[in-house]
Design a protein around this ligand. Structure first.
Ligand SMILES: Cc1ncc(COP(=O)(O)O)c(C=O)c1O
Length: 393
């Protein structure tokens, strides 16, 4: 299988981890030698309820027995998609009310950017340095990392970059700006939280000049920071909320949510302003709804904050210089990229899955499933500490 993987499957990097998966359950992934790996990454913040959560699996099976794809998005009334959109409306503040369901995070970002342009009649988009919003052309245009962009230029024109948390840069937001797009917590940059009311200040400036605020909650959303949406921690409601990853409970999905007034712009004049074949797929919508219900009806969000404290307490070590992030979206920083690499690779040998962040080479990603137990957290942190002790000696 390994040879075929390298020969036939298009690769994303020269050195994939190339672990061959047999099955996955709860907080563990098993390779084909039946070795168990404790998962501190959750498919990069996607498997919010761990692997094959019974409620998600049952929702999928139930829907599979009824119908799969029957029609393109938005034509027929399909209960799972309607209920999912309704769930968003009842769990988000006003004026957020209508949700457009798509297939991935980057596609939801594309939809949100289009909506902002359409609604304001303006073309300029302001994004943050070191931001990551996905890998299609529009999302790449608002990515704040030139090294990864330059080979694909020209990208969508009219993008300006500001520094996250820098209030002086807000002067760049003007009456020319269609939207400011920010991750609620910057992910690839190193799990940087907004500080000192930053998001509220951005929102106020947007309101003053008639620009929209798009918050990308694809990673911090869906319970990971102790609230259903990250923005609830920072007293700032976006005009357009973008979600994905953990929303699907292990299935591919993206969504953008806005006021009815805004969202109406996509349906008329010209009609079909955004269309998708598989968006709102009934099986995936059923999985997402089961995921959201489990997260909101259990104690998982409150526990995310307790588990954060446990991780912070257990990962005290001279080679951990800082732990950034909130809830179960944490990054442990070591003094160098080399040490971080060593920890991540050695962890896999020792049965723990850890991973990198896109643009912060010193960070060890710790984004386990929300369902991880405290005993499993202790087990994983002990592996990291033992590796660091060996490096230190
Ligand atoms: C903050 C953020 N935005 C957008 C995306 C893109 O989502 P997807 O990979 O589903 O297209 C990601 C994925 O890592 C992300 O973390």
């Amino acid at each position: 299988m390994k040879d075929a993987f390298f020969k036939y499957q298009a690769q994303t990097s020269p050195f994939p981890l190339a672990m061959e998966i047999s099955h996955a359950k709860g907080s563990y992934i098993y390779d084909t030698n039946n070795k168990a790996y404790l998962d501190f990454v959750a498919g990069v913040s996607a498997c919010s309820l761990g692997h094959s959560h019974p409620k998600v699996v049952n929702a999928i099976k139930d829907q599979l027995d009824k119908y799969m794809h029957v029609m393109v998005y938005g034509e027929y009334i399909q209960k799972p998609a309607v209920e999912l959109a309704q769930f968003f409306a009842s769990h988000t503040p006003e004026p957020l009310e209508q949700t457009y369901l798509v297939n991935s995070g980057t596609e939801a970002i594309e939809g949100a950017l289009k909506l902002a342009k359409r609604a304001t009649g303006r073309a300029e988009i302001i994004a943050a340095k070191h931001a990551y919003h996905g890998n299609t052309m529009g999302s790449m245009s608002v990515m704040g990392y030139e090294e990864r962009k330059q080979a694909y230029r020209p990208l969508v024109p009219g993008t300006k970059l500001i520094t996250f948390n820098n209030v002086d840069d807000l002067k760049e937001i003007t009456t020319k700006t269609a939207a400011v797009i920010l991750e609620t917590i910057q992910g690839g940059a190193g799990f940087l939280e907004p500080l000192n009311g930053y998001l509220t200040k951005v929102k106020a400036k947007c309101e003053a000049v008639g620009a929209l605020l798009i918050l990308d909650e694809i990673q911090p959303g869906i319970g990971r920071t102790g609230k259903l949406f990250g923005f609830e921690n920072y007293n700032c409601t976006p005009d357009i909320l973008v979600t994905g990853k953990g929303l699907g409970g292990g299935m591919p999905i993206g969504a953008f949510t806005a006021s009815t007034k805004l969202m109406q712009q996509l349906k008329d004049d010209p009609k079909m302003g955004h269309i998708t074949t598989f968006g709102g797929h009934p099986v995936i919508a059923a999985a997402a709804l089961a995921t959201l219900k489990e997260i909101t009806e259990s104690n998982l969000m409150a526990e995310a904050l307790e588990k954060e404290q446990l991780i912070r307490q257990l990962l005290k070590h001279p080679l951990i210089t800082e732990i950034r992030g909130k809830g179960l979206m944490l990054a442990a920083l070591t003094p160098s990229a080399e040490i971080t690499n060593q920890v991540i690779l050695e962890a896999q040998n020792k049965g723990l899955i850890a991973f990198w962040l896109l643009f912060e080479p010193k960070a060890i990603r710790i984004t386990p499933p929300l369902t991880i137990s405290k005993a499993e957290i202790e087990e994983g942190c002990e592996i990291i500490i033992n590796i660091l002790n060996n490096i230190n000696n």
